[in-house]
Design a protein around this ligand. Structure first.
Ligand SMILES: [Zn+2]
Length: 209
């Protein structure tokens, strides 16, 4: 006897757990004759084909609005998944989600240029990779001397200036950006927590104020 698998269980392994998503995924399999409405189980031999049918028809996506937008642009039907680690766009990653939300907020608030002061070289590279195509970034190495004039031009250039105090950041560098009395004070956010998600969330809450 060939092995078979519980259909709902197989769906759940793919994040297809919500009743509506499950019904639509099932209907897609029924349409091509891989199962019928009476069946609870499916033979394992049919699973590769079932996988292909779902992949061709649906874009599996979480509820984040950017992810939904990407799903709509995919030319496939959006299929809401839960947990969001199954999202084909963000994979449920905290960093990725923060990046998505940050870009969304920047767009809504008309923020196009962002200065990040501090952070490690690896993190700066990640930010450049993930955000660089969508907003203009200027990264300031917090361990290297920055002249007052350069810092001033950063403050003028940026729509938002994230001063990342929890990271490799010398006081001599950060003080250029945080000294009281600068007319650009409203753009400057002091971030005390580590991690990309924390940095971007601090930026978001500043912009949402
Ligand atoms: Zn997502």
């Amino acid at each position: 006897m060939s092995a078979d698998k519980d259909i709902d269980g197989w769906f759940a392994e793919r994040g297809i757990t919500l009743p509506d998503s499950r019904a639509r995924a099932r209907a897609a399999l029924e349409e091509v004759g891989l199962t019928s409405s009476r069946k609870v189980r499916i033979s394992e031999a049919k699973l590769p084909r079932a996988e292909q049918v779902l992949a061709e028809r649906f874009y599996r996506v979480c509820a984040a609005s950017e992810c939904q937008q990407v799903a709509r642009a995919s030319g496939k039907e959006a299929l809401l998944v839960e947990p969001r680690s199954h999202c084909e766009h963000c994979g449920g990653s905290n960093n990725r989600r923060a990046e998505v939300a940050f870009l969304e907020t920047c767009q809504r608030r008309g923020v196009r240029r962002v200065v990040v002061v501090g952070g490690s070289p690896a993190v700066r590279e990640e930010l450049e990779n993930k955000l660089g195509g969508r907003i203009e970034l200027r990264m300031v190495d917090g361990t290297e001397r920055r002249t007052a004039g350069k810092a001033q031009s950063d403050l003028e250039w940026g729509d938002l200036v994230l001063v990342w105090g929890a990271t490799e950041l010398h006081h001599k560098v950060s003080s250029h950006y945080t000294q009281p009395g600068t007319p650009h004070r409203h753009k400057v956010v002091h971030v005390a927590r580590r991690g990309v998600a924390a940095l971007l969330e601090a930026g978001i809450s500043h912009l949402e104020r």
